[in-house]
Design a protein around this ligand. Structure first.
Ligand code: GTR
Length: 331
């Protein structure tokens, strides 16, 4: 059976009560399948695992979470599709690949949109964050419920050839970007060669020279041991992208109102928990990657990079001027 057919076939079965004799539907056991590209122990994964433990405690074991970490179910594109079908209930994904689905989300994907992580966190914690989650949940065809935000640090460019200190150093480098035309345009505008592919394909692409490198935060670079293939890690800081926990709308619609409230509240707690775990992990990852041989450098003049990506803002930001102004006004 093709993967998609298999997923469709299993989707319907996912929320079927585990107990065959269930006197009342409310007591039926429910195992929520969750997935993440990162391994067990990574802050986003750990926060969702803890959310599962809390859900079990709160429901006397009726609701639990089964985690499929480490790209076991594919890259983020596949994870989104599976959540849309209801083959998994919970997916923790980056806002990166969500931009083509929900246009407002692409505002978060604009290079240098946020001044720093604290700015991004303030934005997602406030009205704008709530509105965008709702935009996703209300979207007629996205088929996902936005539960909460998570932190994904700051993304920097890394490659096998040379340190990047100015925009000119990117010229001709093949850099893997997340699957969203905005990111490919960003890299191309900077003079590099943006190549869109899933996170699950990146290591083999670096090994075979299909790409010279990629761009990501320290925990993803260190955790995936990407320094083995691309040792120059240059702190371009071009993207600060929030991550998001989504729930399959198909599965959500099958839940009772009280279970929805419980899951939504637990997700908000997971957001806080992940942020704490993230801060510790970010510092630790930087230490680990340097110890493993990564060569980290600052770029000479950030302004030069910011100026170079203006065409990307013109192309993708023009229709969202009001939202951009609100984000910029948040201090
Ligand atoms: C990581 C992020 C993942 C995924 C990955 C990527 O930082 O946590 O959700 O977006 O980057 O580059 O595909």
């Amino acid at each position: 059976m093709k993967r998609r057919n298999f997923l469709a076939a299993t989707a319907a079965a996912t929320l079927v009560p585990a107990a065959t004799v269930a006197p009342v539907a409310a007591q039926a056991k429910m195992i929520l399948k969750a997935t993440d590209v990162h391994p067990l122990g990574y802050p986003t994964v750990e926060a969702v695992v803890r959310m599962g433990t809390k859900l079990e405690q709160a429901t006397g074991g009726r609701i639990s979470i089964q985690m499929f970490p480490s790209m076991q179910l594919g890259g983020e594109k596949e994870m989104i599709e599976q959540a849309q079908l209801g083959a998994v209930q919970i997916a923790r994904i980056s806002v990166g690949p969500m931009g083509p689905l929900v246009p407002e989300m692409n505002v978060f994907n604009l290079p240098f949109m946020f001044r720093d992580s604290a700015h991004m966190e303030k934005v997602v914690d406030g009205e704008v964050g709530d509105e965008i989650l709702k935009k996703l949940s209300d979207h007629p065809t996205a088929n996902l419920i936005g539960l909460c935000w998570m932190s994904g640090g700051t993304r920097h460019v890394y490659n096998a050839r040379r340190p990047i200190t100015s925009v000119a150093d990117l010229r001709g480098l093949k850099i893997r970007m997340m699957g969203n035309p905005l990111f490919v345009d960003t890299m191309n505008t900077l003079g590099g060669n943006g190549v869109a592919m899933g996170f699950d394909q990146l290591i083999s692409a670096m090994q075979t020279g299909v790409v010279d490198g990629a761009e990501n935060n320290e925990p993803s670079y260190a955790g995936g041991q990407h320094y083995r293939y691309a040792k120059y890690y240059s702190r371009t800081g071009h993207l600060i992208i929030p991550e998001i926990l989504v729930f399959s709308k198909r599965s959500w619609n099958a839940l009772s109102a009280s279970d929805r409230t419980l899951i939504a509240n637990m997700a908000k707690e997971a957001q806080k928990e992940q942020r704490q775990l993230w801060q510790a992990e970010e510092a630790e990852a930087l230490r680990k990657m340097i110890a493993a041989g990564a060569i980290v450098n600052e770029v000479g003049n950030k302004r030069e990079f910011q100026d170079a990506v203006r065409p990307v803002w013109d192309k993708y930001g023009a229709q969202h001027q009001a939202l951009i102004a609100r984000i910029q006004a948040i201090n």
